[in-house]
Design a protein. Structure first.
Length: 301
């Protein structure tokens, strides 16, 4: 982070969408770019549900990243239609697009996201998970094939887990940002509230600790978020679609729910820099993921 004062005339600032199919590492990339965990990560696909803004200011440039849900192609529930509207809305508003794919791979789901890219915006291909590629020589023909698919402004093979690769990506993106005053304070990290981030962190632990047992149509609603000096009292409800799912979340003798709460509380204390008292409940709301009214009440667009 730069300490020097940058005049408004020198400032560059722009919105950058991070898009891709589910599970290519968009949220991991977002957290690495912002320098703090604000977007949830899980091996389970479709964990990012909302448009999350992450902010990083460096030198004369302010990068405002928009982490989007993975574009859904498989199931047409009201939830998935909402997620896809979020992706398309983000692309309409931004200055630069980062299309994240797995290095050396490009499938039908990637092609569906590529088809959404606006022709008038610079698109940078981020070939993530480069460390998983066995033979680097295979990358050259793959990159050539990607050049033929779209007129990308830049190609960036990288690993979102490597600090040097993240710094290189900043340098590549910076020239594409418009010269205009910054949108946020220099030390801002996100536009999302602590209440929103609390729900996201609980949801992350929920998906990590239930693995593939729990369908992804589970959500978290914050019922109470109170600040008392350096203490945060948070009460949240995990909403699932079936009684069987409720049992999975609670676990034998309530052990799994306890662990979800314990791990979420530790992350929240780190994020909020405060002591956290967290209460968790589990409720069944049959069919919520395909009910527009329920979706709106749970904060989906």
């Amino acid at each position: 982070m730069s300490e020097e004062v940058v005049s408004a005339e020198q400032q560059r600032c722009g919105l950058i969408a991070i898009v891709g199919r589910p599970n290519v590492g968009k949220s991991t990339l977002m957290n690495a770019l912002v320098g703090q965990k604000i977007s949830i990560t899980s091996r389970k696909a479709q964990t990012t549900r909302h448009r999350i803004l992450g902010v990083r200011t460096s030198g004369d440039a302010q990068f405002v990243f928009v982490d989007t849900p993975g574009f859904q192609t498989r199931h047409s529930t009201a939830l998935n239609r909402s997620l896809n509207r979020t992706v398309q809305g983000a692309l309409a508003d931004v200055d630069v697009v980062l299309l994240v794919v797995e290095a050396g791979r490009f499938g039908l789901d990637d092609a569906k996201v590529l088809a959404l890219l606006p022709p008038d915006k610079p698109a940078i291909l981020v070939a993530n998970k480069l460390d998983a590629v066995q033979r680097r020589a295979d990358m050259l023909p793959w990159l050539k094939s990607m050049q033929e698919r779209h007129a990308f402004a830049e190609f960036v093979p990288m690993s979102a887990r490597k600090a040097d690769d993240i710094e290189r990506l900043f340098k590549i993106v910076a020239p594409y940002l418009p010269q205009q005053p910054w949108m946020y304070e220099a030390d801002a990290l996100t536009d999302r509230s602590d209440r929103f981030l609390a729900a996201e962190l609980i949801r992350e632990k929920l998906f990590r600790l239930t693995g593939d047992e729990l369908p992804y149509s589970a959500t978290v609603v914050i019922d109470k978020f109170e600040e008392e000096g350096n203490l945060r009292r948070i009460a949240a409800t995990i909403v699932v679609e079936r009684d069987a799912h409720k049992g999975m979340v609670i676990g034998d003798g309530g052990e799994r729910l306890k662990r979800i709460g314990s791990e979420a509380r530790q992350d929240l204390e780190q994020l909020l820099d405060a002591k956290v008292f967290l209460e968790l409940w589990v409720k069944v709301r049959s069919g919520w993921a395909d009910n527009d009214e329920h979706l709106r009440s749970y904060g989906y667009e």
